[in-house]
Design a protein around this ligand. Structure first.
Ligand code: GLN
Ligand code: ZN
Length: 745
């Protein structure tokens, strides 16, 4: 019996030791040149190919490597470059599109499907003529071929997904027709290089909207099938749902589907498998960190072999790119053995693919027996969740009645989103403490000095509601996870969030509880330094869950409610310590939204319930804030309202006021702080710019409900950018306030 072929759809691309981040940052700072950057980029890509070669992967997806983002890469490769970047060339243009330049705003950034990866949104202006500029891609493929030979399978972002995700002022059909010849010429070039198979990634296929895109998919793949190359049409993150029958009839040789989300197996069972196609079965989950269950896996492979009608029509693959998991669990020696034993990151997943393909799953059940004996189960937390009642989810007074009890503030209250610059100094301090080189007292004194500085700056600038600055936090999720039970941490487990920003998601492996207060000390230090109210600062339950790797055998709602109860206790402690306002950040609320509309309600109900469970028992006099960013919020306005937060701050600069307009049109009844400037750009916004923004906001929200704040936390900025930016923000607010006073007088 021959083995199944194995395939991958992309690999981690940041370097095992975050080499690419270092190279990027050096390049931006001017301490490294373009050659050094590109050398590192290529080394990182090559290492990924070699790892896949060594693991015996038969069809290795090539082209997930990127300097910043693959959607940006493909925009540029097809000449989809907005007018404002036209004077720039090469890397200058590339990074201007990614990060902005003085006077040239960056492309919009938003979350990639339901992941925590952020991509740059292609922008297709009416005036643009698509043109081919894919030399860098051909070069990458050629380098891969040198290592992988015929195993190298180029990954191309499919035309329909590219257009669907783009912000377009052009006609879909016309733009598609303009792009297809460029795609075809790319396929010809690849064919000349000896490529036999290509992957077209079309995750838009799993969306509810796919049905409306059907004519485009049909005409696109009809055209592309003329290239003579074997096309592997790849979808992931969900099943194809109602689209399965027509997608499975598209003229491609291989169809790769996700078997880890949705119910692809039933779809094939119901509608049958097309005789002319190979199934690329995504059965090793590219987004979870857990090893396979050998019994389930054996059954699944057997069922798949049966439905597709033979071994040669089935390939064993990862469900998605492995960019969503870290490189290797083997390196995490500090994790307890029973836990490490059940973890599978990219390298372990490669090994699992081979093991499944060769039918060698002996002995893989015991690790799970050991794990279950080891993972913490907390009966009292489970009981607390099971006892919850309606009253646990509702604040004691409605907004109209509680608002007068809350902290009095001037018109257009000014605030920030929480974090202040994470300077080398603060990172050094935390690292030294972690290594045990500082006593707790010395460390806390260091943090408190930074907090005092931040409070002083805010007080000096005249902000109305202050924050302590989050200097004690490496990351808004990790910080809380470290204080809660049930979480484990990796040392090297970085995954890309966007560009050079990487995160290390914690692993939720047991029940979650709060042994003691988590943020009260830092809050109290800050509040003692100022008369102004300081916001307590918490990360919400849904964000903690969505930005971790949860257990897959416990319902997400259960985990979210456990976290919510821990945060609820924290809010009580903050109130006790004198907090008059508490912010519960939920930037990840939207990204957890299922990709199929029919599953939205179920998710939104438990997700908003988790937020309400966190905040409902707050005193009506406590002003509850929430914050969201870098997502499409138009779909979840009802859910945002249902949170019943008193104030919401939203990122705005990179989405062209879209969220604010949507909130305005929806008639959002409470207070809103739309971001007045882009915090990911090093540009200091002028007071005029901010004033104009605020005036435009007043078309969508009444003056008495408008807050003034930056888009998001300021941790990635330098003080020398933050201080003038906030000074200009205050200046703009002062102008508006004076004007209103003049009008009133
Ligand atoms: N309070 C957090 C901060 O300011 C919020 C970050 C976020 O929304 N991602 O850093
Ligand atoms: Zn944010």
């Amino acid at each position: 019996m021959t083995d199944f072929l194995t395939q991958t759809l992309g690999y981690p691309r940041i370097g095992k030791d975050r080499e690419l981040k270092r190279a990027l940052e050096a390049y931006w700072k001017g301490t490294g040149d373009a050659d050094q950057l590109l050398t590192t980029f290529r080394q990182v890509a090559e290492e990924g190919w070699r790892a896949q070669l060594a693991a015996g992967i038969d069809r290795v997806g090539v082209g997930s490597a990127t300097l910043y983002d693959q959607m940006l890469d493909w925009s540029i490769r097809f000449g989809l470059i907005p007018e404002r970047f036209s004077a720039l060339k090469g890397l200058d243009r590339y990074f201007a599109m990614a990060r902005g330049e003085p006077g040239i705003p960056a492309l919009e950034m938003t979350k990639w499907f339901d992941t925590n990866y952020h991509y740059l949104v292609p922008e297709i202006d009416a005036g643009v003529t698509p043109e081919a500029d894919y030399g860098d891609f051909l070069d990458l493929v050629e380098r891969a071929q040198r290592i992988l030979g015929a195993r190298a399978v180029p990954i191309i972002v499919g035309p329909v997904t590219l257009l669907f995700l783009a912000r377009r002022s052009t006609d879909f059909e016309l733009t598609l027709q303009a792009l297809l010849p460029l795609y075809l010429s790319l396929l010809n070039r690849l064919s000349d290089m000896g490529v036999e198979e290509v992957q077209f990634h079309e995750p838009a296929l799993v969306l509810s909207e796919a049905g409306e895109l059907r004519p485009y998919f049909e005409s696109a793949y009809m055209a592309l099938s003329g290239s003579g190359l074997a096309i592997n049409l790849v979808s992931y993150f969900d099943d194809l749902g109602e689209s399965y029958p027509w997608v499975s009839a598209l003229p491609v040789s291989i169809l790769s589907l996700d078997f880890t989300r949705g119910d692809t197996l039933s779809l094939i069972g119901t509608h049958g498998w097309p005789e002319d196609k190979v199934l690329g079965a995504g059965i090793v989950d590219g987004r979870s960190v857990w090893r396979i269950n050998p019994v389930q896996m054996t059954e699944l492979v057997e069922a798949l072999r049966e439905v597709v009608g033979g071994r040669d029509r089935l390939r064993i693959g990862a469900s998605s790119s492995l960019q969503f998991v870290p490189y290797t669990a083997g390196r995490e020696r500090e994790l307890p053995e029973p836990l490490r034993g059940v973890l599978a990151f990219a390298e372990e997943k490669l090994e699992e693919l081979r093991a499944i393909a060769t039918g060698d799953l002996q002995g893989r059940g015991e690790i799970w027996t050991d794990f279950y004996a080891f993972a913490p189960a907390d009966a009292s937390v489970q009981a607390r969740v099971s006892r919850l009642e309606a009253g646990d989810f509702t604040r004691s007074l409605p907004y109209g009645d509680r608002r007068p009890l809350q902290v009095p503030l001037p018109l257009f209250p000014t605030t920030t989103i929480g974090s202040f610059p994470q300077t080398a100094q603060v990172r050094r301090l935390r690292a030294q403490y972690r290594r045990g080189e500082l006593t707790r007292e010395t460390y806390e004194a260091g943090i408190d000095a930074l907090t005092a500085y931040a409070v002083g700056v805010q007080d000096g600038l005249g902000l109305d509601m202050l924050v302590h600055g989050e200097f004690e936090r490496t990351d808004m999720v990790e910080y809380f996870a470290e204080k809660l039970t049930g979480f484990a941490f990796t040392r090297h487990g970085w995954v890309q969030s966007f560009g050079s920003r990487y995160v290390r998601p914690p692993i939720i492996y047991g029940d979650v509880a709060r042994p003691s207060a988590m943020t009260v000390r830092e809050f109290a230090v800050a509040q003692a330094l100022t008369e102004k109210p300081v916001k307590g600062m918490l990360t919400g339950p849904v964000t903690i869950l969505n930005w971790s790797y949860p257990r897959t055998d416990i319902p997400k709602q259960e985990i979210a409610f456990q976290i919510a109860l821990a945060l609820r206790d924290e809010i009580a402690d903050l109130e006790e310590a004198g907090a008059r306002a508490i912010q519960v950040d939920e930037p990840a609320l939207r990204e957890g939204l299922p990709l199929k509309r029919e599953r939205w309600d179920a998710y939104m109900t438990w997700a908003t319930d988790a937020f309400r469970l966190t905040t409902a028992l707050a005193s009506p006099a406590t002003q509850v804030h929430t914050h969201m960013c870098y997502s499409e919020f138009g779909d979840i306005l009802e859910a945002i309202e249902r949170l019943d937060a008193d104030v919401i701050s939203i990122e705005n600069a990179r989405s062209d006021d879209a969220t604010l307009r949507q909130l305005g049109a929806y008639g959002y009844p409470r207070e809103v702080g739309p971001g007045v400037y882009d915090i990911h750009s090093p540009v200091v916004p002028t007071a005029d710019f901010i004033e104009a923004k605020l005036r435009s906001f007043l078309h969508h929200v009444t003056a008495d409900r408008l807050w003034v704040n930056p888009d998001c936390g300021l941790k990635t900025r330098a003080w020398k950018e933050v201080i003038p930016s906030l000074r200009n923000m205050m200046e703009a607010v002062e102008r508006l306030r004076r004007e209103l006073i003049r009008e009133a007088g």
